[in-house]
Design a protein around this ligand. Structure first.
Ligand code: PHE
Ligand code: NA
Length: 495
């Protein structure tokens, strides 16, 4: 396409890529994963995963988008018509994630305001599941819309639409330039405050204390690769889409290194901040840090409110700042996933960006109402787990195998990035993508399949998991195949 949108500056592109990468995974997933998988010792597998999978894949995705100048489906179709479906599969996975990601951002938004006056009172757990989410008794039970979640969600979608309608340069780039620096400043304030609380040192001790016994355990290595994969937003179609908006002469390899290290830097910062705060909480309650460690929804909406209530001063401000960080980290990621299907649909049917945003985003916004019901949390939990294991990670695995071994494209991509980048990629890159990544991800996939067939995730009923877990993951593949079977608009050049 002649008038493809373009980033205004390379810094703008990098900020948008960092915006996508830095998300809830950095703040509430990384600290707990690192702690559970060897603490200080986890940094070895983690760094190894970053250098042998994270950054190499990021370079590969940047190069694909840049070389083929299209959304993930268009780029893959241009690479080889037979693999277009893989691009649509990734887009479908992103679509699913966007439906529930918006929900978590909405909760965080509510909690930013609940922080003033500590609306959760003495029982944050009861407040979150009962008063706020009004969670249904049984998984699968929908039980009506919860207005307290629904309206903030409308607002989240409103902002997302606003940014996406403005386009790549005036929308996504500008939003990233505002949100990412704000996020970093606010987060630094919180981390510094956390580090000066009583008990912070115990928290850091618990976080960094290396447990060397774990290092030989394959589980730990799988956890490291899983974290890197999810955290860098690879296998989602996002990075291919974003790099397709780059001008012709751009240092791709360097951009990937900056994005990768910035994301890991933010993760480390979050680990320090979260564990300093957990140390403070353990100290207040006079229990060991190990007893208060949490991750995910529980960390953000149960443990953190507790910590904030115990703050010596300015509780409202620090609570507001923390939840605003979640909102900012989440919004930039949400924008990036929605952009994958906006771009895909726009190109496939040759429609205007506005139409693509309204139709694609509109459909996702509509479906996300499910998350604002009394059964929303169960759907979110099951869909999130399954779409990550058998969507993101599996599509990523298929992507490397297809590009390296089936289409044998690695050499072409290598030449492409080396021509325009300062640092050349060579043996390390090809070995990482050709051997290490497929082997580790393949092993991870088999393990995951076996575990999930043997026992039901979270002990949920099988029937519930069949449609909200397995069903969602399989549906994404089917949607991918169906969309690939539709003809491209006659004005789009595939080869
Ligand atoms: N990379 C994000 C994180 O670490 C995850 C993500 C990005 C999820 C984009 C969805 C969409 O949290
Ligand atoms: Na991340």
């Amino acid at each position: 396409m002649e008038n493809r949108p373009q980033w205004g500056t390379r810094a703008g592109f990098i900020l948008a890529a960092i915006g996508s990468a830095v998300g809830l995974g950095n703040i509430w997933r990384f600290p707990a994963v690192a702690y559970e998988n060897g603490g200080g010792a986890f940094f070895i597998p983690y760094l190894f995963a970053l250098l042998t999978a994270g950054i190499p894949l990021l370079i590969m995705e940047f190069t694909i988008g840049h070389k083929y100048r299209g959304s993930s489906p268009l780029s893959l179709a241009r690479m080889n018509k037979k693999w277009e479906w893989l691009g649509w599969w990734q887009v479908a996975v992103s679509f699913v994630i966007s439906t529930y990601y918006a929900g978590i951002i909405a909760w965080s938004g509510s909690y930013a305001f609940f922080s003033f006056g500590e609306k959760w009172g003495k029982d944050p757990e009861g407040f979150f599941f009962g008063n706020y989410l009004k969670l249904a008794e049984t998984p699968g039970d929908i039980g009506g819309i919860v207005p307290g979640v629904f309206w903030p969600m409308v607002l989240v979608w409103g902002v997302t639409f606003f940014v996406l309608l403005k386009g790549v340069k005036k929308g996504i780039e500008v939003a990233s330039k505002i949100m990412i620096p704000t996020l970093i400043v606010l987060f630094l304030i919180i981390v510094i405050r956390a580090l000066t609380l009583d008990g912070a040192a115990q928290g850091l001790d618990a976080f960094f204390k290396p447990n060397w016994d774990t290092i030989a355990d394959p589980k730990v290595w799988v956890a490291a690769y899983g974290q890197i994969f999810f955290s860098l937003s690879i296998g989602f179609a996002i990075m291919i889409t974003y790099s397709s908006y780059l001008p012709e002469k751009t240092d791709l390899t360097n951009s990937a290194f900056i994005t990768g290290f910035a994301n890991s830097g933010f993760e480390l910062l979050a680990g320090i901040g979260v564990f300093a705060a957990l140390g403070f909480m353990a100290n207040q309650a006079n229990v060991p840090v190990s007893e208060v460690v949490a991750g995910g929804v529980g960390l953000a909406f149960v443990v953190f409110p507790r910590i904030i209530s115990e703050f010596p001063a300015f509780n409202g401000f620090f609570g507001f700042a923390f939840f605003t960080c979640l909102v900012l980290a989440g919004l930039t990621s949400l924008i990036s996933i929605v952009e994958t299907y906006v771009a895909g649909v726009q190109e496939k049917f040759n429609i205007s960006r506005t139409k693509a945003v309204l139709v694609g985003g509109g459909l996702s916004a509509l479906l996300s109402i499910l998350i604002a019901t009394r059964g929303g949390l169960y759907f979110l939990d099951a869909a999130d787990y399954f779409i990550n294991q058998f969507g993101v990670a599996l599509a990523g695995l298929v992507e490397v195998i297809a590009v390296v071994w089936v289409m044998k494209e690695l050499k072409n991509l290598q030449n492409h990035t080396n021509e325009i980048s300062d640092v050349s990629v060579g043996t390390w890159w090809r070995f990482s993508l050709g051997i290490i990544t497929p082997v580790v991800l393949g092993y991870m996939m088999v393990q995951n399949l076996v575990t999930n067939i043997k026992e039901n995730y979270e002990g949920y009923p099988t029937s519930f998991l069949l449609y909200s877990g397995w069903g969602v993951a399989v549906a994404a593949i089917i949607i991918g195949i169906v969309l690939a079977a539709i003809k491209w608009d006659k004005d789009i050049t595939i080869s």
